[in-house]
Design a protein around this ligand. Structure first.
Ligand code: NAD
Length: 247
């Protein structure tokens, strides 16, 4: 039973943060979840105690590994592309490596996962792809997020294109655009800034009109909806979940 009963889901970057919360939310709603991440240690703690979650190490920048994981997985009804990398800086702070790395992890990854998963979805005439974008994208220009915002805008274009091409063949594709969410990577970014961590947290919180950051489960709830048949009339859309940040 559950809102995703009988469905098979593949989640990238399921080891921590939003991906982890979503993998667990999918499982709690009855899905069988293949949870992948580059970090095997994080995956180990995820598999423990969750019988319908299996884990597999996967680096989303490795297209061959993606193809192998998908080939071994069998039917996949839900693909949640959550892996992403935040490069901090303006255009002048961004060298070619940072630019390419940002696109490799945030965009090329989705091209490769979608290309691997789509043939099976089309064959069965059913599928929901959910792609992680951000408010920092074509929605909002955010200072010091030049490469990141560019990649997340590309995710929206990729999402809408897939939705347009397969709209009549049972496959839906939607994007999620969170505001600032309290996750391990945000904590790491705060630590990396050095200096006054409390002030850095205040800085992230102060730009949120609600006066607080988002919680991973608040993003997972949207991912469950988009993955489920409840959203069966929804495709090619961009869902903002940001505590009013972009309003
Ligand atoms: P997180 O740091 O909490 O978790 C990221 C996970 O990604 C980690 O488990 C890490 O091991 C994994 N990962 C990193 N590189 C990988 C790779 N090459 N292949 C596979 N897995 C890899 O991150 P989060 O904050 O939950 O972010 C998840 C997604 O949400 C990202 O796409 C991010 O851009 C997006 N997002 C986050 C926020 C936020 O404020 N946290 C806001 C908007 C969008």
């Amino acid at each position: 039973s559950g809102r995703l009963a009988g469905k098979h889901a593949l989640v990238t970057a399921a080891g921590a943060g939003i991906g982890r919360a979503t993998a667990l939310a999918f499982a709690a709603e009855g899905a069988t979840v293949l949870a992948t991440d580059i970090d095997a240690t994080q995956l180990a703690s995820l598999a423990a105690g969750h019988p319908n979650v299996t884990t597999r190490r996967l680096d989303v920048t490795d297209a061959e590994a993606i193809a192998a994981v998908v080939a071994a997985a069998g039917a996949i009804d839900i693909l949640f592309n959550c892996a992403g990398y935040v490069h901090a800086g303006t255009l002048l702070d961004t060298d070619d490596d940072a630019w390419r790395r940002s696109f490799a992890i945030n965009v090329d990854s989705m091209f490769h996962t979608c290309r691997a998963v789509l043939p099976g979805m089309l064959e069965r005439g059913v599928g929901s792809i959910v792609n992680m974008s951000s408010v920092a994208s074509s929605i909002k220009g955010v200072p010091n997020r030049f490469a990141y915002g560019s990649t997340k805008a590309a995710v929206i274009g990729l999402t809408r294109s897939i939705a347009a091409d397969y709209v009549a063949r049972g496959v839906r594709c939607n994007a999620i655009c969170p505001g600032t969410v309290k996750t391990p990577s945000l904590a790491a970014r705060v630590r990396a800034l050095g200096g006054d961590e409390e002030a850095a947290w205040r800085g992230f919180t102060d730009r949120q009109p609600m006066g607080r950051l988002g919680e991973p489960r608040e993003i997972a709830a949207l991912a469950v909806y988009l993955a489920s048949d409840e959203s069966s009339f929804t495709t090619g859309t961009v869902h903002v979940v940001d505590g009013g940040w972009s309003n």
